[in-house]
Design a protein. Structure first.
Length: 545
């Protein structure tokens, strides 16, 4: 009796427990399809619940999940509410053959596994004549080197109404890019075709034998008998490729350059000397065939370390076209003399002759001249005595002779007095020059310099870098020392400001200093230049009456 009562009590509990478990089911809209088609999988869960993420990951390993959606519903039957949710997946098979769709679990319940068959689309029957569509592919080079680009040329010729696309080439260890595609017409076997031509560039990263997978064109053609578009596919097989390694004779550590041609040129003219602190605009061009310009190395990379420390190289960012790299720079020298520009040599591998070659610029020298100094000292000449008439010294009669002699002594006395006065004036002027003992500073040639320094301050405050630098060159050039020497006596802050000013003028790799920094630079240069001039100025020539 007790046992029967307990069993009767358990039956409702088991029934309610069954209601608490979610029912899970799965179905597909088709069980057979071609590998260029897709199917829809629907997983229903009632009452509503979440699918196990591990089951979705297992599904993604076998199919590409192109789309996913979720739809939830609620209903009331006999006063009792219930809910359900449908998960939908649009799937494309990753392989052909028989494929199992895994079960889906919600709680302790799971759906039944499903099985589908995926057919090869190339075997799909169609009513197209064999010559209605022609699809082929070929290589530009079946034995390229590592990092040597080669081309895959694909041609799709058709004479019916068709739409579709060529599948992309996806190879591990290769970089690819679409070089060209065009639509033209052609004649094949005496028949006229529309021609779609596609050129894909491939570049291998590792040596070895490679087989490019079969390339497919998947599309649809208009079937007038059925009154609709019918799917079809065509395939093209490419011959195997042998990727060759870098030859052992290529210089170790050098940048690997496989090309059909490579040339190196520049615009540097070393026949004419340049002046100290001026600059030479230098453009180095590296041109190639069979290789993109972006793959070319920096021809000036090793030059900076090989240059004389007194030669400075200011560089801009390189520019690229399809097969040309141009590196722009400015060469400046702040010391007179002859300076060597080392040779530039770039090794490359000629893929036509299969030999090592070098593109090079020869070693050259530039002659740097000290700036010419113009210091004109204007000295007022001593007035020359006016020549006497010849007949004034010729005696005639007694009275005339006396008169002539008297005039002679009178003129001599006047000229002597004027000479002493002129000598006294020169002595007084020299005594008044600055730097002489007892002299006081008045209007001197430095007054002109003061005006120029004032102009330099104006250029600095206005932010006119070019005019300021030209003014500083002229001011220090007319002094006892050039700008390069004066610069060494500046403190680190003002010297850095001057170097930033030079870099902003000769290249775009530095921002120009601020107006306040340039104003402080002018004041510092003026102080150093005047100190140098006062030390090196010789004692004034002293005149005594």
């Amino acid at each position: 009796m007790v046992t029967a009562w307990r069993l009767g009590a358990l039956i409702p509990l088991l029934w309610f427990a069954g209601l608490a478990q979610a029912a899970v089911s799965a179905q597909v809209d088709r069980t057979e399809l071609y590998n260029d088609e897709s199917l829809v999988l629907t997983v229903s869960v009632s009452p509503a619940g979440e699918l196990n993420q591990a089951d979705i990951a297992a599904l993604a390993s076998l199919f590409s999940i192109d789309q996913r959606a979720q739809q939830q519903s609620r209903k009331i039957v006999n006063g009792r509410a219930s809910s359900s949710v449908d998960y939908q997946f649009r799937l494309s098979a990753k392989a052909s053959g028989g494929i199992g769709i895994p079960s889906f679990r919600v709680g302790s319940e799971q759906s039944e596994p499903l099985f589908i068959t995926v057919l090869d689309a190339r075997q799909r029957p169609n009513n197209l004549p064999d010559d209605a569509i022609l699809f082929s592919g070929r290589l530009s080079n079946s034995r390229p080197y590592v990092d040597q680009p080669f081309e895959v040329i694909l041609e799709f010729a058709y004479k019916i109404q068709v739409k579709g696309a060529i599948e992309a080439i996806d190879l591990d260890g290769f970089s690819s890019r679409l070089l060209n595609e065009e639509n033209t017409t052609t004649i094949r076997n005496g028949q006229s075709y529309n021609l779609y031509r596609q050129v894909v560039e491939l570049t291998a990263k590792n040596p070895g034998a490679v087989k490019i997978p079969t390339i497919l064109f998947k599309g649809e053609y208009a079937d007038s008998a059925q009154g609709r578009y019918v799917r079809f596919s065509r395939s093209a097989d490419i011959e195997p490729i042998e990727i060759r390694a870098i030859p052992a004779s290529f210089p170790a550590g050098a940048y690997w350059l496989p090309a059909t041609n490579l040339s190196l040129s520049d615009n540097l003219d070393t026949r004419q000397p340049i002046e100290q602190n001026s600059h030479l605009d230098w453009q180095v061009s590296l041109q190639t065939q069979g290789l993109a310009a972006s793959r070319l190395p920096d021809p000036l990379a090793a030059l900076s370390n090989a240059l004389d420390s007194r030669v400075r190289l200011y560089r801009n960012e390189p520019t690229f076209t399809d097969n040309l790299r141009v590196d722009s720079a400015a060469l400046t020298v702040d010391t007179p003399g002859e300076f060597r520009i080392p040779a530039i040599r770039v090794p490359w591998w000629n893929t036509v002759s299969d030999t090592l070659e070098w593109a090079e610029l020869p070693e050259r020298s530039i002659n740097v001249l000290a700036p010419t100094r113009t210091s004109a000292q204007t000295v007022s000449p001593v007035p020359a005595a006016e020549p006497l008439a010849a007949n004034s010294l010729t005696p005639t009669r007694g009275s005339e002779t006396l008169s002539t002699g008297s005039n002679y002594w009178l003129y001599s006395t006047v000229f002597a007095g004027l000479g002493w006065l002129f000598t006294l004036g020169l002595w007084w002027r020299q005594a008044r020059l600055p730097g002489n003992p007892g002299g006081t500073e008045v209007a001197t040639p430095k007054a002109a310099d003061s005006v120029n320094w004032t102009r330099a301050q104006g250029f600095a405050k206005a932010g006119d870098q070019a005019a300021l630098y030209d003014c500083l060159i002229k001011l220090t050039r007319t002094g006892s020392e050039p700008l390069a020497v004066v610069k060494t006596r500046l403190n680190s802050a003002t010297r850095q400001c001057l170097e930033d000013l030079e870099r902003s003028l000769f290249s775009d790799q530095a921002s120009p200093p601020s107006a306040a920094a340039m104003t402080a630079l002018v004041q510092a240069l003026r102080t150093v230049a005047e100190q140098s001039a006062s030390v090196s100025q010789p004692d004034a020539l002293r005149l005594y009456p």
